[in-house]
Design a binder for this molecule. Structure first.
Ligand code: ATP
Ligand code: MG
Length: 401
């Protein structure tokens, strides 16, 4: 126990108070304690308690409750808008089926046992407003030494639940921590078990990894893990891997840019991101970065073409280009694009000084109008024609005569 004082929101204090008054133990546990000690923002507070779920439900019967986690001992209490506390009974887990889900959970009255089922020592810290910090597995030392270490034997813990492999890598990427030697070795050895983890869970972890400040270091150190979850890049040699990792350092933590850099081609991105259940918007963004990865950015006409084709934010695209080629003057190109956008320079059919109705009036059949408008736009993008109604109409007339 230490005399650390952690400020807690009203509803957390209330919940602990209600449980303690009913002679039950209750502590804040996990991410909230870890993040507070690291001076990082705390998003949500989890409470671990000796109270059995029925007791918790009875004690909080005046509040709306969510019971979807009940079979794992979790009662979610709604204290107000956006204030949901997960209150979970001390538990142990046993006989993990399929390297992910415990066969059954057993409730226990021992806080230490509850901490022992948690993944890493830095996630097994508990805090009570009067009793202070509870640290059964030297989590505070690991936190101070910036180390990720499993609670108990790493091979056993990763074999029980292979998602922990990705969680270890993810915490290392987010926090810039080192994975302790044995934990790191076991993680590499049990990496093949990631085949048992659902694509949705891999997606969530990969997404978090790709928006972390230390992604590149982690990619370098745990190459084999990434090659398991992204078989598309299994064949990359050392030199190419190093080149991509160096580029990841320049991606400004924009996860789609990181993915574009790692995956390297439109086909890889399409296959990997669809499998891992990325949204259509994410897939499209990454694919477009890769489809236009080599287009020239020199002349205004180049940039007008880019703005015409690119259905994604220009900034994201330029971060990608700069990451791939740090010598490229993307700053100037981006500034010129912004100027064009602000000046409403014509880069789309919609912005042309003529439209489909004009062509209809000229007697041009419907099926030809699109092609003609695109051809006209091309002239405007190339600056062979000004975006001027008269000039465009006479161009169309000359083409269809
Ligand atoms: P985050 O900032 O990502 O929310 P967190 O530590 O709060 O980090 P959660 O996924 O919210 O992570 O889990 C809450 C706590 O539950 C963890 O701190 C850890 O103690 C425990 N935990 C979560 N997932 C696992 C797991 N797969 N195996 C063992 N313990 C886990
Ligand atoms: Mg959490």
């Amino acid at each position: 126990m230490t005399d650390i004082q952690m400020p807690l929101p009203e509803e957390v204090l209330t919940a602990i108070h209600i449980l303690n008054n009913a002679h039950q133990e209750a502590y804040v546990v996990g991410g909230a304690v870890r993040n507070f000690l690291l001076n990082r923002p705390v998003h949500d507070y989890d409470i671990t308690t000796s109270a059995k779920p029925e007791t918790t439900m009875a004690l909080f019967k005046d509040y709306p409750l969510l019971l979807s986690g009940l079979k794992h001992g979790t009662v979610s209490v709604i204290f107000g808008k956006g204030k949901v506390l997960e209150i979970t009974t001390y538990r142990t887990e046993s006989a993990y089926k399929d390297h992910r889900h415990p066969d059954h959970v057993t409730f226990t009255s021992s806080l230490k046992d509850d901490c022992a089922r948690r993944d890493f020592t830095i996630n097994a810290l508990c805090y009570h407003p009067q009793l202070g910090l509870m640290d059964f597995f030297h989590g505070l030392d690991d936190l101070n030494n910036r180390i990720i270490r499993t609670v108990n034997d790493p091979t056993e813990r990763f074999t029980e639940d292979a998602l922990r492999i990705l969680r270890a890598v993810r915490f290392a990427a987010q926090l810039g921590f080192t994975i302790e030697e044995n934990t790191a070795r076991s993680l590499q050895e049990t990496g093949y078990l990631l085949d048992y983890i659902s694509f949705e869970r891999i997606h969530d972890e990969l997404q978090a990894i790709c928006s972390s400040p230390h992604t590149a270091d982690i990619l370098l150190q745990y190459q084999s893990i990434f090659k398991i979850i992204l078989p598309e890049i299994q064949g990359l040699d050392e030199q190419e891997w190093n080149r991509r990792c160096a580029a990841v350092n320049r991606c400004r933590q924009i996860s789609n840019v990181v993915l574009a850099v790692i995956l390297g081609s439109k086909d890889n991105a399409d296959q990997a991101m669809r499998r891992l259940k990325y949204s259509n918007d994410d897939c499209r963004e990454v694919k477009y970065m890769l489809a236009y990865k080599d287009v020239p950015l020199e002349t205004d006409s180049d940039l007008r073409h880019l703005l015409c084709w690119l259905p994604i934010p220009v900034h994201t695209y330029f971060v990608y280009r700069k990451a791939m080629d740090p010598d490229l003057n993307t700053e100037a190109a981006e500034a010129r694009c912004r100027k064009m956008i602000n000046a409403n320079v014509c880069v789309s059919i919609r912005q042309l000084a003529i439209n489909g109705s004009d062509l209809a009036e000229m007697g041009i059949p419907g099926r030809m109008r699109g092609t003609i408008l695109y051809d006209t736009l091309e002239q405007v993008l190339n600056e062979t024609l000004p975006n001027d109604r008269k000039a465009l109409l006479s161009y169309v007339q000359s083409k269809t005569r």
